[in-house]
Design a protein. Structure first.
Length: 582
């Protein structure tokens, strides 16, 4: 390892970060310090709680209980790590290796730095101190041999992070050629989400259905339920020998029973698997940056026949962009169709849409295939309204940053002779198909499962329309005042200014508060019926229609001042979204 090169590169990275903080007037440093202090406090709390539990709570516990605790900690780490992985399927590097390819530096050590920087996640901050604290507590209460769990836990986390780092790099290389790889990438994302949600679907849907079907014949039979739980536990303990992440609870149980080999073999196995994944990630990264994809170059003779398929596809694309949207100005329709076609071609957008859709379907399946919960009739309309709010919340990153994905293409909008209010209207209409489809799908599924009335279903659809109007108004304001560039190939904002970072956090934190008005119609109907007045009056439907009409009128009236604001700030937005910040 060349220490002089390493110190120079780290110093350069620090100077770039410091300059970025200076441009944000020091707010970036303040936010980073708050995040660092909060992470340290959470890690210290997790370590202390686990230490106390290991010393006093598990002093006389049997091996099965301790195995269950380690299994729960491993499952919790994998769950939160998978959530972070779904949020950012592609990795973002602290130091860009591509800018160092022409320099005589060791790229391996830079790769290791980027890999270590990828560990700055909430799941790691909580899991590592908790596992180390529990190991130390068990060593104090049950013997020093329990210290062997520390290298096993770290090796397990190293194995998971190494292969997920490799997976992220592979997805990044696939997205380098989006026209050919986008379909494969989206398919991989679907398969990955379904694989990560497999245990949830198995235990909460499949086995829950079996329990419900057999519950009529053996209701209240505790012995049968106990035998079923023991059967699941036996199957799980038998399968953990072949599942590397579960070698940690297996090693803990073996140490308590006086067997050292399971922990030793588990540590060596996790280190070997993790090392293989990290080496594969490094080789794939170098091949990607060097342009060595391993594909064979073939030369085809020119064909005399006309490329009818390509012409047909091009004509279809032109026909789509020339469509007319009824009731929408021609300029706004052109912006909407062009934006939607641009987003549909972007692999990162398709990943985000696909993730939102699959997560919505999985949550709906988990809810639909379980036994129908006992919910009061007066509370059912709130479920449909909550489904509409959830569907809009899944797409809040599009509503609050309409120009971030345009990047250099935003220059075309600045130079276009289009009224600025029509640009905003077109951008909002480009979000409409996905938002309306997600919301309507979830509302219909909830309505069918909960046996909601037709009036409640129609009311929730009008509430969805009102939600979209509110999201457009708030999103247009944020998009104009605090835009930020989104790196190509990933929807994760990188190197945000301090102001944009604060607005992004606040928009996600207080979004449910802004959606409170849509709960007024079902609340009014609940109060109306609680007062003993006639249930024949559709209060929920009437107020939902009124709310949608009021917000539609407010949206149309506010488009003009928002367009004027966009005209005043369009050059500032262009300088932000078209320039890549180092």
């Amino acid at each position: 390892m060349n220490w002089d090169q390493l110190k120079t590169i780290l110093w350069l990275r620090w100077r770039l970060t410091n300059n970025q903080w200076a441009r944000s007037r020091g707010m970036g440093a303040v936010i980073s310090a708050i995040i660092a202090v909060g992470s340290i406090l959470m890690g210290a709390t997790a370590f202390s709680v686990a230490l106390v539990v290991g010393i006093f709570g598990l002093q006389k516990a049997d091996a099965t209980l301790i195995w269950g605790i380690w299994f729960a900690m491993t499952a919790a780490f994998l769950f939160f790590w998978m959530i972070g992985l779904i949020t950012e399927l592609q990795r973002s590097e602290t130091i860009d290796l591509q800018r160092l390819m022409h320099l005589p530096v060791r790229l391996g050590q830079i790769f290791v730095i980027n890999y270590l920087a990828s560990h700055l996640a909430l799941s790691i901050v909580l899991a590592v101190p908790a596992m180390l604290g529990l190991t130390l507590g068990l060593a104090i209460s049950r013997g020093a041999v329990m210290l062997c769990l520390a290298p096993l836990a770290l090796a397990m986390i190293f194995m998971i992070t190494a292969w997920t780092y490799c997976l992220r790099g592979w997805l990044a290389s696939l997205m380098s050629n989006p026209r050919k790889r986008r379909t494969v990438t989206v398919s991989i994302m679907f398969a990955f989400i379904l694989l990560s949600q497999g245990p949830n679907l198995y235990f909460n849907v499949i086995r829950q259905g079996n329990r419900v079907s057999t519950g009529a014949n053996s209701a209240g039979n505790k012995s049968e339920r106990s035998s079923s739980q023991k059967e699941i536990l036996t199957e799980l303990q038998a399968a953990q020998n072949y599942i590397p992440p579960l070698w940690l609870p297996l090693g803990a149980q073996g140490l308590l029973e006086g067997h050292l080999l399971p922990a030793l073999y588990g540590t060596l196995g996790c280190l070997a698997i993790g090392g293989l994944g990290l080496r594969r990630a490094y080789q794939a990264t170098l091949c990607s940056y060097r342009g060595d994809t391993g594909a064979k170059i073939t030369v085809q003779a020119p064909r005399s026949e006309k490329p009818t398929a390509a012409l047909a596809q091009g004509e279809a694309g032109r026909r789509f962009l020339e469509l007319q949207i009824t009731g929408v100005p021609e300029q706004a329709a052109a912006v909407a169709l062009a934006t939607f076609r641009s987003w549909w071609r972007a692999p990162e957008v398709k990943l985000a849409w696909g993730t939102s859709f699959v997560v919505t379907i999985i949550l709906a399946a988990t809810f639909l295939f379980r036994s129908v919960p006992t919910v009061a009739e007066a509370a059912k309309p709130f479920l449909a309204t909550g489904a509409a709010v959830f569907s809009v919340f899944m797409l809040v990153q599009f509503y609050t940053n309409l120009f971030g994905l345009d990047r250099d293409g935003f220059r075309a909008l600045v130079l276009a002779p289009v009224e600025r209010r029509y640009i905003l209207l077109g951008k909002n209409l480009a979000c409409l198909p996905v938002g309306a489809f997600f919301g309507a799908t979830l509302i219909v599924l909830i309505s069918v499962r909960m046996h909601l009335s037709a009036l409640t279903l129609i009311s929730s659809l009008f509430q969805l329309a009102a939600l979209l109007m509110m999201a457009w108004l708030v999103g247009d304001t944020f998009s104009i005042l605090t835009p930020y560039r989104v790196q190509s190939g990933s929807l994760k904002p990188t190197k945000l200014p301090a102001q944009a970072m604060i607005v992004l956090m606040l928009s996600n934190l207080f979004f449910p508060v802004a959606m409170v008005p849509v709960f007024v119609p079902p609340l009014a109907e609940f109060l109306w019926q609680s007062a003993g007045w006639s249930k024949m009056v559709p209060i929920n439907l009437m107020l939902s229609i009124g709310l949608a009409v009021i917000l539609s009128a407010a949206y149309w009236q506010l488009l003009t001042p928002l367009g004027q604001m966009l005209r005043r700030r369009e050059t500032k937005i262009l300088s932000i979204v078209s320039v890549q910040v180092e």
